[in-house]
Design a protein around this ligand. Structure first.
Ligand SMILES: Nc1nc2c(ncn2[C@@H]2O[C@H](COP(=O)(O)OP(=O)(O)OP(=O)(O)O)[C@@H](O)[C@H]2O)c(=O)[nH]1
Ligand SMILES: [Mg+2]
Length: 304
């Protein structure tokens, strides 16, 4: 072998690592995509916009590469304190990231909200990849999304895909790996998320509320963790409150004869069985705090 054919020393084992911010409109499919790529349910998913309220990290480990996805709250323009904080979370992730995934919902016409996000991404264009998502859906119009992208962010690398079915996702992941900067891994290779168990439990409970209630109720809820302990048989007992803003919402969450809260609890416990190697038993009460969304210290703790 000549010198020219010899790879540079260490090239074969060059390790790459990237923090990747996943941004887009509410309900574009960001969390579904992160779950699909990581192969685990890292982030909760529902049809209700603004399901995600935190930066949720999902990790993909491959030989010589670690990609850390930062799933963020959907960017929604509104002056309400909570919405402003959700937008700040996404903006911070953009600044922190090595690469950016911009998820566009191909089933919806891009309007003012989409334009505002594209505008926000202009200064990150060099490190941004676009996903034209939901191509499996009957109403999908990928061409419309691509025209929008080429007008607003010309030259962007765009991938048609379905986070739901997985089609097109491998090509995106390959491009991300190729573009990840050289660097050591940030987390041990067996990690697929860095979330604390009590946070994940609260999120799964909140997902069930998002899936089974409507109108303003999902947005009126947060999960207030109280405590947890392990029983001698290895069951984890989690205690917490579902906090709502009004008595009527409390009535909805409890349901007739407690039917709703029981359904939420049972479904969450079933999901948690898949996530943890031990059974989780939930003890949840419903409580009213009409002012929780005006409590700045609480919002700071809940939305980060
Ligand atoms: N048909 C179809 N539906 C999808 C796809 N990806 C996501 N969805 C659905 O779109 C809805 C929103 O998905 P999420 O992953 O929660 O969206 P998100 O962007 O994280 O939303 P927020 O956290 O609210 O900003 C859910 O009902 C998903 O099942 C897809 O590729 N195809
Ligand atoms: Mg989400």
């Amino acid at each position: 072998m000549s010198d020219q054919e010899n790879p540079p020393a260490g090239a074969a084992s060059l390790h790459r690592a990237a923090f990747i911010a996943v941004v887009g409109r509410p309900s574009a499919g960001k969390s579904t995509l992160v779950n699909r790529i990581c192969g685990h349910k890292v982030a909760i998913v529902s049809p209700v916009p603004q399901t995600t309220r935190n930066t949720v990290r999902g990790i993909l480990n491959r030989d010589n590469c670690q990609l850390v996805f930062m799933d963020t709250p959907g960017i929604h323009d509104s002056e309400k304190s909570m919405n402003r904080k959700l937008k700040d979370v996404a903006s911070r992730a953009l600044s922190d990231a090595d690469l950016v995934l911009y998820v566009v919902d191909s089933t919806r016409a891009p309007g003012k909200e989409e334009e505002a996000i594209a505008g926000l991404l202009k200064r990150f264009r060099e490190k941004t990849f676009a996903c034209v998502n939901k191509t499996d859906a009957r109403e999908s119009d990928p061409a419309r999304a691509r025209v929008f992208l080429s007008e607003k962010l010309p030259g962007l690398n765009a991938f048609d895909l379905s986070a739901e079915t997985g089609s097109g996702v491998d090509a995106l992941v390959s491009a991300l790996i190729t573009n990840a900067p050289p660097g050591p891994e940030y987390y041990p290779p067996e990690y697929y998320t860095d979330q604390e168990p009590v946070f994940r439990i609260a999120e799964v409970i909140r997902e069930k509320v998002f899936l089974h209630t409507k109108d303003e109720v999902p947005h009126a809820v947060y999960v207030d963790y109280t405590s947890h302990h392990m029983l001698p048989d290895g069951t984890l007992v989690y205690e917490g409150d579902l906090v709502v803003e009004r008595e009527t919402q409390k009535g909805i969450l409890i349901g007739k004869g407690g039917a709703m809260i029981q359904q939420l609890r049972q479904e969450a416990e079933r999901d948690l069985e898949e996530i943890f190697p031990y059974p989780v038993r939930l003890s949840i009460k419903v409580r009213v705090d009409p002012n929780w969304k005006r409590n700045d210290a609480l919002l700071k703790r809940l939305i980060q």
